[in-house]
Design a protein around this ligand. Structure first.
Ligand code: PRP
Length: 218
């Protein structure tokens, strides 16, 4: 049995849809209830829903053999896992954003608000800029508006949140997408099953097949 950690929300639905298209469907996941685990013994697969930012913790510690999470989480937390496939879904960009007329005075320490302190620190270190990181947990866009920070480092998907708050992308740091990840021990001990799953997903992604997102209660 392969244990799969699915991120709750739209990304999890898209992921399950790809898995089902690859032959790993699990009819009980379609039932309307509050259950968090679902299995299909015939296909040798068990799914469970977890918070998106927790997927890599389950996989790293072996509670899940495989899972799907954003590249942002992998860059920020650097979990000790294998990244097996870029699923090409959940695409967005990690960006520096702020007021479009923001002028960076080099002699001042730049105040950067973010949910991603490691990514932000790594980026500014790479360009040799001293920063003061303000670690927030959400609604990052409000920080420059209230003068808490000069800029933010955050995820931009549609750009609507920035636009509606009169902010702009000042610099794109790295493109983000969802990755299929694997526990290192599972990769060794369940090698054929995991490779079959990865190859099945790669075939679905690589083909021109339109995979309809299955709406799920979770
Ligand atoms: C994320 C991110 C931005 C927003 C970007 O926030 O932190 O705020 O989505 O998406 P957009 O470009 O499509 O507007 P999330 O919804 O995770 O909420 P948060 O503010 O609690 O972090």
């Amino acid at each position: 049995m392969i244990n799969v950690a699915l991120p709750k929300g739209r990304l999890g639905e898209k992921t399950y849809s790809l898995m089902a298209a690859a032959g790993y469907d699990c009819p009980s996941i379609l039932e309307k209830n509050r259950k968090l685990t679902f299995e299909n013994p015939e296909k040798g697969v068990r799914y469970f829903w977890v918070k998106p930012s927790d997927v890599s913790i389950y996989v790293e510690r072996g509670a899940a053999d495989v899972g799907v999470c954003g590249k942002d989480i992998l860059l920020e937390y650097a979990p000790d896992i294998y990244e097996l496939l870029d699923l090409g879904i959940g695409k967005c960009r990690m960006c520096v954003a702020g007021f479009s007329d923001f002028y960076d005075e080099e002699e001042r320490t730049l105040r950067v608000a973010t949910k991603f302190p490691r990514i932000a620190a790594g980026y500014y270190e790479s360009i040799g800029r001293d920063i003061d990181i303000i670690h927030l947990n959400g609604s990052i866009e409000i920080a420059p508006i209230l003068g808490l920070s000069d800029v933010i480092v955050d995820i931009v998907e549609t750009g609507n949140t920035l636009r509606e708050n009169n902010l702009s992308v000042l610099k794109e740091i790295v493109p983000i997408s969802a990755r299929f990840i694997c526990n290192k021990v599972s990769y060794q001990f369940k090698h054929p099953e995991i490779l079959k799953l990865r190859d099945g997903l790669a075939d679905v992604i690589g083909s021109d097949q339109q995979v309809e997102t299955i709406r799920l209660e979770h």
